[in-house]
Design a protein around this ligand. Structure first.
Ligand SMILES: *Cc1c(COP(=O)(O)O)cnc(C)c1O
Length: 618
């Protein structure tokens, strides 16, 4: 409640507002947001930290500004400087388009400030959480009795899934427990492992195949090698729609392998999982119902406001076993027959009532409308794929899968660095139109533009505009001239790429090794991560007993495992390396190599180039 003093200055006497003020400002906000939905863009407006500091100085507002002034600042200076992930032309990263009912009900839940942690305090929202989770369960094809919990997002769900798997299969952390995923796994998989205390040699990253899917033969071999070495294979985190390309790992084959070896199968279907409500999506994700746990993100392809993720777990009671802690001060909230305390199924005690807006938005439109919206995304991605394929100026790098297409502009006679520069320039030029936006990625080392259609408001004309722009906009010659060609990485022995300080550092952190003729220096599927440079002698690199290359003085190996895949983790060894003759080696631990690469850009370029080309020949 506020007063105005004699000269008309606002003075709040407490933190409440009168009903009239609440109505007036509430209606104004609704009007504003309805108008905002109809504004054409721009799809993103970037700003430097300095520009933002000038606009939003950050002095502590001791005296009241009043809600009207504050709303003005938000509308003029805050929201315009955020990407409009719900814009129909937003095809970058993961678009997030929500619905009006979900947003309104989120507002209602904020006003009521619903606490969704315990049944005793939240029977209504808890009932709806059970309801929506059971829809998800049925869509995924998990058996009755599978349970779940809504989370802040996919990252939290992946972390929780790994914690549940470990508690179920091992209990406390085990020094030799192993996690497996493909190189296309989401970065949150690495982060979850790191947070849970898995060391860098406890996550085996497996190369993906030509279709960016986990190689099951490689997985089987890595698991077998780990068992022989006395390690404890724990879980496989498979992709149910990889963020790069939409690729779905061969879930049925992986499920067979997991069943055979008593491994936990987690499927990270954060963005792609809701495609199971459509016939096409269910086919693409066949086998997902065999998972022990599945991550979903309703705030991606199920049109919910951020932050709404979900974790589903096959075995009843497993979530509670992993997470329940009942202190005296919560004893009153202990459950009785059929009641669920959702705070016992995850990390959060105090939780938003995510279930309410989720249920309300789905119930408003009906599930068929949601199904049609997801189908439309699949249609538009398929259309984009066809248009790219038919256009001589565009090259398809990964055909439409679960709403994602990767491609790039082709320009005759250019190498990878020039193509990357040209395509990055085109993406920026597209963004500058204000009408649409795509993001970029690298697919097995090749620069790719990535178009992701998940928005229920995106239309055919939006997709056509993007492809037409990218295929036909001329690329200025100076963009290509500025690209650093591959040849800029000097040839010659690797260690010549270090300066004096670099060499001293190398001497400090490395050791010398002489491998006798015939000795195996690196074994395929092993989890060690040292990097080797050859001083004298020669080695053979073998895959399945076949020599794929010979390396001599000045050359190196082990970079695939030693370099960072994400969160400090690296690939499992992808080949055997055997000394052909007595061979002198410099051995550098992975952490030290990463540090050296940070201070020596030429070394870094050379090693990453070798990694990209060697990964391409596995
Ligand atoms: C987005 C995404 C995540 C992370 O989810 P957040 O909700 O952003 O935390 C994990 N895995 C995949 C496949 C994703 O697409």
């Amino acid at each position: 409640m506020y007063l105005t003093d004699a000269v008309g200055i606002l003075i709040f006497v407490d933190l409440s507002m009168t009903p009239e003020e609440m109505r007036r400002t509430g209606y104004a906000v609704v009007d504003r947001m309805v108008a905002w939905m109809a504004e054409p863009g721009p799809v993103i407006r970037r700003a430097t930290p300095q520009a933002m500091a000038d606009l939003l100085p950050g002095d502590e507002p001791k005296a009241p500004l009043g809600l009207d002034a504050v709303l003005g600042t938000l509308v003029d200076d805050v929201y315009p400087h955020a990407s409009r992930v719900a814009h129909p032309g937003y095809f970058a990263y993961i678009p997030g388009s929500t619905t009006w009912p979900a947003a309104l009900v989120d507002f209602m839940s904020s006003v009521a400030n619903v606490y969704a942690g315990s049944w005793a305090e939240s029977a209504g929202p808890s009932r709806l959480e059970l309801v929506v989770l059971d829809w998800f369960r049925a869509w995924l094809g998990l058996p009755e009795g599978a349970e779940g919990v809504l989370t802040s997002g996919g990252s939290a769900a992946n972390l929780m899934a790994f914690a549940v798997a470990r508690e179920q299969l091992l209990g406390a952390m085990h020094a030799d427990a192993m996690i497996y995923c493909s190189d296309q796994a989401h970065s949150s998989v690495g982060r979850a492992a790191r947070v849970l205390g898995f060391r860098s040699d406890q996550v085996h990253v497996i190369p993906s195949d030509d279709g960016f899917r986990l190689r099951v033969d490689a997985l089987a071999a890595a698991v077998a090698a780990d068992r022989v070495a006395g390690r404890v294979p724990l879980l496989v985190s498979a992709s149910g729609g990889a963020t790069n390309t939409g690729a779905v790992d061969p879930l049925d084959d992986i499920a067979d392998l997991c069943a055979e070896h008593d491994l936990w199968l987690h499927v990270d279907a954060a963005y792609g999982g809701f495609a199971t409500v459509t016939a096409r999506g269910a086919r693409a994700l066949a086998g997902i119902g065999r998972a022990d746990s599945v991550t979903l993100d309703p705030h991606k392809w199920f049109f919910q406001p951020m932050e709404c993720g979900a974790l589903l777990v096959r075995e009843s009671g497993a979530l509670e076993r992993a997470f329940t802690v009942l202190p005296d001060y919560l004893a009153d909230s202990a459950t009785h027959g059929g009641e669920v305390n959702f705070s016992d199924r995850g990390l959060q005690l105090t939780r938003r009532a995510r279930s309410v807006s989720l249920w309300a938005s789905v119930a408003t439109f009906g599930t068929d409308a949601f199904r049609a919206a997801i189908d439309s995304g699949l249609d538009l991605a398929a259309l984009a794929s066809t248009l790219v394929d038919d256009d001589p100026h565009l090259e398809l790098l990964s055909a439409a899968r679960l709403g994602i297409v990767c491609f790039r502009r082709t320009l005759p006679g250019l190498g990878e660095p020039e193509l990357a520069a040209a395509n990055a320039w085109l993406a920026a030029a597209l963004e500058a139109t204000g009408r649409a936006m795509v993001s970029s990625t690298r697919l097995h080392g090749r620069y790719a533009l990535r178009l992701c259609v998940l928005n229920h408001r995106s239309r055919e004309e939006d997709v056509r505009f993007v492809l037409d722009f990218l295929a036909r906009t001329p690329v200025p010659p100076e963009v290509l001239a500025a690209a650093v060609p591959d040849a800029a990485v000097p040839a010659g022995p690797l260690l010549d790429l270090l300066d004096e300080a670099g060499r001293r550092e190398l001497a400090r952190c490395s050791t010398r090794l002489v491998a006798p003729a015939g000795a195996t220096v690196v074994s395929r599927w092993a989890g060690d991560r040292d990097f080797y440079a050859i001083v004298s002698g020669a080695v053979r690199v073998l895959i399945d007993g076949v020599v794929v290359r010979r390396l001599g003085p000045g050359e190196f190996f082990g970079e695939i495992a030693a370099t960072d895949w994400g969160s400090g983790y690296g690939y499992v060894r992808t080949a055997d390396v055997v000394a052909e003759e007595p061979t002198q080696l410099i051995v550098v631990p992975a952490e030290d190599l990463l540090r050296l690469m940070d201070v020596a850009p030429a070394l870094r370029e050379r090693i990453l180039a070798a990694r990209a080309s060697r990964l391409g020949t596995l």
